[in-house]
Design a protein around this ligand. Structure first.
Ligand code: ADQ
Length: 489
């Protein structure tokens, strides 16, 4: 329904992200089957009723032939999606290489790759060129579909080059850019060989958004210290205009989670889980399997807790659900085996013939299973080493109106700034501190749990994804109108 609205009077919003919100499976030479992924961004933008959204991005598949490309373009058009076709080599160099092996770890304070400096320097150059080239391909597609009055919203670290490419085509285009990861301290950003090019390009946008004030401040510092520009509380002065820089903390579609809890399949899952873990407290971790999520650190802290609290050994279970991602990247393969090894060791050490303390799943859960798990959990453990925001913590809170469980949250997740007063904040690198927090959470009295939950629940309910998207888009719209007024005067 919402994808097919025919209201032509609304202003159009072109949402540009690396991945389209659909997965495409080829059924024949000219036929495709499409499945919409109900990610956070999709529901966020469905809530923005004043604009009619179009999506531009990569469909996640290699389509080398023209017949296939044409058929996919037609199929996607029905979902208001427009594909950017990237060949395998570009995907390897741009997506696996520059985006996921260089920018992602750097922005999460894990530094630049160091194995073989010479080899990395050489491949760094070619990966950067592929990154520029891919961004230019996105710009070409945006430009082909752009109509006067459209608003263009670029997403994430994959597309830092896009604002500049777009403004080269058309200086009047309204362009916003939002980063879903942290923006690191300028001293970290400074180590990136292409540090200046990326900053210049982002500054070409009219509005630059981050999850927190800290990230926005780091970005402005990078522009003043590395580029020598003038920073103000509102943004950065760039080429005779002000590029607005601000914080727009994302949220979730909380009603979707709250409503789901009453659905029969979710209720069935809840009953099954309660039966399965009767007599034990349930602790939960839900993460993409990624270095930044601090999964090994979390499991080691749980081990320390079991070591020091013999009483709890047969009375608590940790469910760690970790969806594998970026499985082509060797570092991620290493992480998978590392996690398996630690889990195996701890289960061997503290398990019995009938039970184990850790259930670790290498897969994603469907929405109903996920809601049920959140609802039966006593303590959620979010131990990211760095995380732009972390929506798992929001989703857990949304599903806890009955149970009023405890959230243990890394102080290095953006969410610490919004849910900090209700959660137990921890430094995930400090295994002893996390172990102590687990004990405290399991022993917390109902009155304190209720008070903490209430604080977080109010926040999650009132700071939704829809509100986030609406605020960004309307501010983007106003920013540009203001700039046009100024040039007309
Ligand atoms: P992510 O790093 O993917 O997002 P997060 O914000 O927690 O992290 O969102 C993950 C989403 O995937 C959640 O909606 C969660 O329910 C789902 N998910 C994770 N593991 C799952 C599993 N095993 N099964 C099913 N679903 C699972 C990036 C940034 C974050 C930022 C978001 C949004 O890294 O910091 O909050 O973008 O801007």
């Amino acid at each position: 329904g919402c994808y097919n609205s025919n209201n032509n009077n609304r202003q159009r919003l072109l949402v540009v992200a690396n991945r389209l919100p659909v997965s495409a499976i080829r059924k024949g030479e000219d036929s495709w089957s499409l499945e919409i992924s109900a990610g956070g961004l999709v529901s966020a933008l469905l809530g923005v009723k004043e604009f009619e959204a179009r999506w531009i991005g990569w469909a996640g598949v290699n389509v080398p032939d023209e017949i296939g490309q044409k058929a996919l373009t037609v199929a996607l058009a029905e979902k208001r999606c427009i594909p950017v076709f990237l060949d395998e080599d570009i995907v390897h160099q741009y997506y696996n290489g520059y985006c996921n092996n260089i920018l992602w770890p750097l922005f999460h304070y894990l530094g630049l790759p160091q194995e073989d400096r010479l080899a990395t320097t050489r491949s760094f150059q070619s990966q950067f060129l592929a990154y520029e080239k891919a961004n230019q391909m996105f710009a070409d597609v945006v430009n082909q579909h752009y109509e006067e009055g459209d608003v263009v919203w670029c997403h994430d670290y994959h597309l830092m080059f896009l604002p500049k490419c777009l403004k080269k085509y058309n200086t009047k285009m309204k362009v916003g850019w939002f980063l879903h990861t942290p923006f690191p301290s300028s001293e970290i950003h400074r180590t990136l060989p292409s540090r200046s090019e990326l900053l210049h390009s982002v500054l070409a946008a009219d509005l630059v958004g981050f999850h927190t004030y800290d990230y926005a401040r780091h970005f402005v510092s990078a522009c003043t210290r590395i580029l020598g520009l003038e920073g103000t509380p509102y943004g950065v002065e760039y080429q005779g205009k002000l590029t607005r820089v601000a914080a727009f903390p994302i949220g979730i579609d909380s009603e979707r989670f709250i409503r789901a809890l009453d659905l029969p399949p979710v209720q069935d899952h809840i009953k099954e889980l309660q039966e399965r873990f009767k007599g034990r407290k349930v602790m939960l971790g839900v993460d993409r399997l990624d270095m930044i999520k601090g999964i090994p650190q979390k499991i080691l802290a749980f081990e320390k807790f079991l070591e020091e609290n013999a009483y709890w050994r047969d009375k608590v279970v940790l469910l760690q659900i970790a969806v594998p991602t970026r499985t082509d990247v060797p570092e991620y393969q290493k992480l998978t085996s590392q996690v398996h090894e630690i889990v195996g060791r701890i289960n061997g050490r503290f398990g019995s013939l009938t039970t184990v303390p850790i259930h670790h799943l290498d897969r994603s859960l469907d929405f109903h299973e996920l809601c049920a798990l959140y609802a039966v959990t006593d303590v959620a453990l979010v131990t990211s080493l760095r995380d732009g925001m972390n929506l798992v913590s929001y989703e857990f809170v949304a599903c806890q109106e009955k149970k009023k469980g405890v959230l243990i949250l890394s102080e290095f997740a953006g969410a610490a700034q919004s849910l900090g007063a209700g959660a137990i904040l921890v430094n995930p690198w400090n295994v002893t501190e996390v172990a102590t927090a687990i004990a405290r959470a399991l022993n917390m009295l109902p009155a304190e749990r209720e008070k903490r939950h209430k604080h977080n629940f109010l926040h999650v309910k009132s700071h939704t994804a829809q509100e986030w998207a609406g605020t960004f888009v309307s501010e983007l719209n106003d920013t540009v109108i203001e700039a046009q007024l100024r040039t007309r005067q």
